[in-house]
Design a protein around this ligand. Structure first.
Ligand SMILES: Nc1nc2c(ncn2[C@@H]2O[C@H](COP(=O)(O)OP(=O)(O)OP(=O)(O)O)[C@@H](O)[C@H]2O)c(=O)[nH]1
Ligand SMILES: [Mg+2]
Length: 429
């Protein structure tokens, strides 16, 4: 472990990551404080859960190393191997090495972990791959922060050491940093290596974490859910070694599953940010054309206005989906959302209806002006396309806003029926 280093630079993510624990040499002794705690309570302190799919070459070493490490540190523990129908003897080898093997029918890394967690009995669960990439002699380093109050301890390969050949270039410099960057942009977890497979957490948190994903995106789900619950997440730098056996990770399909998971769990970034950007750009572009503002030395005519109107209409639809998704998450998924909560207290259905009606009215007046001009010209030739297009866009947007407001109100019905069952102080509807 001599390459593992203590990270002394200022914490980049002060919001969640409470600390970076130092080098393994500090804890790799028999007199570890962990030993005395567990001895005092007599409970099973650690379950090492290892998902394994055809890892015959390495599973024994992983199980043995885990058991030896726990013995060395006096940690009462167990090793659970979660198998998914390996056909190379992995379960038999794991059992012979001292693990309890469980079989999960549903395929996937996440499914295997969920089954392993369900059968684990330790106070803490240590997670790690069956391919010798992670060093199970580091178990004690993961447990110590948990004993000091952490909820989730993440290994960080990017802050530790990635040995030559351990991670393909594409994952090292593109996949992992980009997906971790997106994850932190969306969810502000403060974790530097969100896909690191070696981690440890308190088992009693499982019901609150409510993890569900079945594939490799399970790694992201656990970090995001922990962060959303405001748990104490800490990181320790670890080493990452070249794999034994064949990788089960598929760069593009698993990368896409991760990205898809991040998007569908962040209505703000999936809908609201692009929707509002489209409305803003559409309105700006439309106004430049409608009011004949010269830009870049030329006038912007009908086609510009059509493009601007389209952007504004589509943007309104997308933003409205975002507001609906956040409303849904708030009422049905129990997600805490301070901004939404503030808006909910101030805005009623009627506010949405009035805003929609006003936008509709402006558009309608534009259409009436076009009609009047036409009548004045004796129903002759009419060249008021700009006013007609802008009016049409505003009428469409206004109608969308009116029905969108009703839809939000329908989503909120659940809150009202709950209030009937369990009377609470009145809140604005
Ligand atoms: N039971 C079970 N285990 C799986 C499944 N998919 C992956 N695993 C295990 O999960 C761990 C992680 O998979 P890996 O193939 O190592 O993926 P990775 O660590 O992201 O990629 P590498 O860097 O190539 O190791 C390994 O122990 C696999 O054996 C699965 O469908 N079922
Ligand atoms: Mg691996």
């Amino acid at each position: 472990m001599r390459h593992a280093r203590r990270v002394t630079r200022p914490n980049r993510y002060p919001s969640c990551v409470a600390g970076v624990i130092g080098d393994m040499s500090e804890t790799n002794t028999v007199s570890s404080p962990i030993a005395s705690t567990s001895a005092a309570t007599g409970e099973l302190l650690v379950s090492v859960v290892i998902p394994a799919l055809n890892e015959a070459e390495s599973i024994e070493a992983c199980v043995r190393r885990s058991i030896e490490t726990m013995e060395t540190h006096g940690i009462p523990g167990e090793v659970v191997v979660a198998d998914n129908g390996s056909d190379d003897g992995t379960p038999e080898l794991a059992r012979a090495a001292g693990a309890r093997v469980i079989h999960e029918q549903r395929k996937g890394y996440g499914s295997a972990y969920l089954a392993g967690f369900a059968s684990a009995r330790g106070k803490y669960i240590v997670m790690g791959d069956a391919d010798e990439t992670y060093d199970f002699r580091e178990i004690a380093r993961f447990i110590e922060p948990l004993e000091q109050g952490a909820d989730l301890v993440m290994g960080s390969r990017l802050r530790g050491t990635i040995h030559r050949g351990a991670m393909p270039w594409l994952h090292r410099y593109v996949g992992n940093p980009v997906l971790t960057g997106v994850l932190n942009l969306f969810f502000r977890t403060g974790v530097s290596d969100a896909h690191c497979g070696m981690r440890a957490f308190r088992r009693d948190l499982l019901p609150r974490l409510d993890l569900r994903t079945t594939g490799m995106e399970f790694a992201s789900e656990q970090v995001i859910r922990s962060s959303k619950l405001g748990l104490d997440i800490r990181e320790i730098p670890i080493e990452y070694h070249p794999r034994t056996g064949e990788s089960k990770l598929s760069s593009f399909s698993d990368g896409w599953r991760h990205l898809r998971f991040l998007l569908v769990h962040s209505p703000t970034w999936l809908f609201l940010v692009p929707g509002l950007a489209m409305i803003l750009i559409g309105a700006l572009v439309g106004a430049i054309s409608l009011f004949n503002v010269p830009l870049f030395g030329r006038q912007w005519e009908l086609h510009t206005l059509i493009a601007g109107s389209m952007l504004a209409i589509v943007g309104t639809q997308v933003a409205q989906l975002g507001v609906s998704a956040r409303t849904y998450a708030f009422y049905y998924l129990g997600e805490h959302d301070p901004l939404f909560d503030r808006m909910r207290a101030r805005l009623r259905l009627e506010h949405g209806l009035i805003a929609g009606a006003l936008v509709f009215l402006v558009g309608f007046v534009m259409a009436v002006v076009v009609l009047i001009i036409w009548i004045h010209r004796g129903f002759g030739e009419l060249r008021e396309e700009k006013l007609a297009i802008a009016g049409l866009a505003l009428v469409v947007i206004g109608i969308q806003m009116i029905f969108g407001a009703f839809f939000l109100s329908i989503l909120g019905l659940r809150r009202r029926s709950r209030a009937v069952e369990d009377p609470q102080p009145p809140v604005a509807s």
